[in-house]
Design a binder for this molecule. Structure first.
Ligand SMILES: Cc1cc2nc3c(=O)[nH]c(=O)nc-3n(C[C@H](O)[C@H](O)[C@H](O)COP(=O)(O)OP(=O)(O)OC[C@H]3O[C@@H](n4cnc5c(N)ncnc54)[C@H](O)[C@@H]3O)c2cc1C
Length: 417
């Protein structure tokens, strides 16, 4: 084990872990990020960068460069029901230059952030490095062991951050069990090409059939299509083949019918086992969980990345001052959870209500459609704007304390703000 402890080791290079590592490095706090994969290639992960995230990147001096990369600016969320189209959120009236959700392949975003992070002298990025065990002394976590192509290694750290996603190994190793909150659906994702003739107003759209619905996310070059299945329905769907999926999409999203023949087999799909869960305690002495590792978010509302990003901001606000002094008391880690937990509970509470409604509809053979109150309320433009604002920033959005960042392009951010 190395004798010089890192100030911080972050396990997991998803949006949460990578952003936190970047912010620590921007504050000149030595940080090592371990990412199990050799690259940031992510097929069928969240691709949504909300106005909150874009404004944050703007304050960091990164937004203009990032937004030169291919993305699609989604300005409305709509539901297509047998009784007509409902616009549930309208971003256009938000008082920000970033009045849209940037749908950008997650790999593009992570590659960009990793490049910016590794330009900072305090940042070490280890790709192909899988955390395998925690190092503990007297009940406190003091480091982490990891495996890479060269064998086994260990790193000492003042704090270890588990940002290793919904199947978090760090969470398991730390003995911080998650509590399932209930999910009734699974999702099959696949891609279809965009065509110039596609409806220009399509952005983020849900199309409801009687017992099923599909979600459409517009990317720069293609559409991500999420086809819902009842929880545990994958084996039956696979046995039935892609025919019923093609038929459903062609019937309810007719403008995609001309390319449904491109979906030929299940190998082109990715199963997302929808889950909503959270751990009760996000921390132990010397260790903290953030992002999906601490709370798995369902795709409803598309805010998994937003929540992970906001966890990273709260963690940076609290950790930077503590790490500068070399010690991170558990009370600091508890404060991060206290900052973030109300927002996570609010988001998950809404998701559980949606899941329960879908489960009840399926159980009683009723159509899965949005409640009449949604139709009634979203008829008012003020409600649509408020819904967009709630989704754009999430509940209780944390504000990054820019004074904590001392190095690198901060001057750029200050002079441009
Ligand atoms: C199919 C699908 C669609 C989704 N759609 C959306 C969407 O539209 N919008 C949205 O906002 N969210 C969406 N999400 C959710 C979103 O992707 C996650 O909420 C978000 O990525 C969580 O970020 P994170 O940083 O916490 O974890 P992750 O992004 O899961 O990153 C965890 C990282 O840890 C690494 N890792 C795991 N174990 C180890 C280990 N032992 N050692 C080292 N590294 C390790 C993994 O390789 C991974 O890179 C979707 C998720 C899925 C699966």
């Amino acid at each position: 084990m190395s004798q010089q402890p890192e100030r911080c080791v972050v396990v997991g290079g998803g949006p949460g872990g990578l952003l936190l590592a970047y912010l620590l490095a921007r504050a000149d706090v030595p940080v090592t990020l371990l990412e199990a994969h050799r690259d940031f290639d992510r097929r069928f992960r969240g691709d949504s960068l909300h106005p909150y995230t874009l404004e944050l990147l703007d304050k960091l001096g990164l937004a203009d460069e990032l937004l030169e990369l291919p993305h699609h600016a989604a300005r409305t969320f709509r539901m297509h029901t047998p009784d007509g189209v409902i616009t549930t959120a309208d971003y256009t009236e938000l008082a920000t230059p970033y009045n849209y959700v940037a749908l950008m392949p997650q790999q593009t975003f992570l590659d960009f952030l990793a490049k910016k992070a590794t330009e900072l002298p305090s940042m070490r990025l280890r790709l192909g490095a899988r955390a395998t065990a925690l190092v503990e002394e007297n009940g406190a976590v003091t480091g982490v062991r990891y495996q890479d192509a060269n064998g086994e290694h260990a790193l000492r750290a003042a704090v270890v951050i588990g940002a290793d996603g919904r199947f978090s190994r760090v969470r398991r190793l730390a003995g911080l069990p998650e509590e399932p909150l209930g999910a009734s659906s699974d999702l099959l994702w696949f891609r279809l090409p965009r065509r110039p003739s596609d409806p220009p107003e399509a952005d983020v759209d849900l199309y409801f059939g009687r017992h099923n619905y599909v979600g459409l996310l517009g990317g720069p070059h293609d559409w991500q299509v999420g086809y819902t299945l009842p929880k545990g329905g994958y084996a039956a769907a696979r046995q039935a083949g892609v025919g019923p999926i093609r038929d459903f999409v062609s019937a309810y999203v007719p403008w995609l019918a001309d390319r449904m023949h491109l979906l030929t087999n299940f190998g082109q799909t990715t199963l997302l086992s929808v889950d909503i869960s959270r751990v009760q305690r996000w921390h132990r002495p010397g260790l903290m969980l953030i992002g999906d590792a601490a709370h798995v978010i369902s795709p409803v509302g598309g805010n998994g990345i937003l929540m992970a990003v906001q966890d990273a901001v709260s963690a940076a606000n609290r950790l930077i001052p503590a790490l500068r002094h070399g010690r991170v008391e558990e009370s600091v880690l508890a404060a991060v959870q206290a900052d973030r937990e109300p927002a996570i509970r609010a988001v998950q509470g809404h998701q559980v209500r949606v899941e329960t409604r879908v489960a009840n509809a399926r159980r009683h053979g009723r159509p899965i459609t949005p409640p009449w109150t949604v139709r009634m309320l979203t008829g008012m433009s003020a409600v649509r704007s408020r819904a967009a604002r709630a989704n754009a920033y999430g509940p209780q959005p944390p504000i990054l304390d820019l004074r904590l960042l001392t190095s690198g392009p901060l001057e750029v951010a200050r002079s441009s703000s």
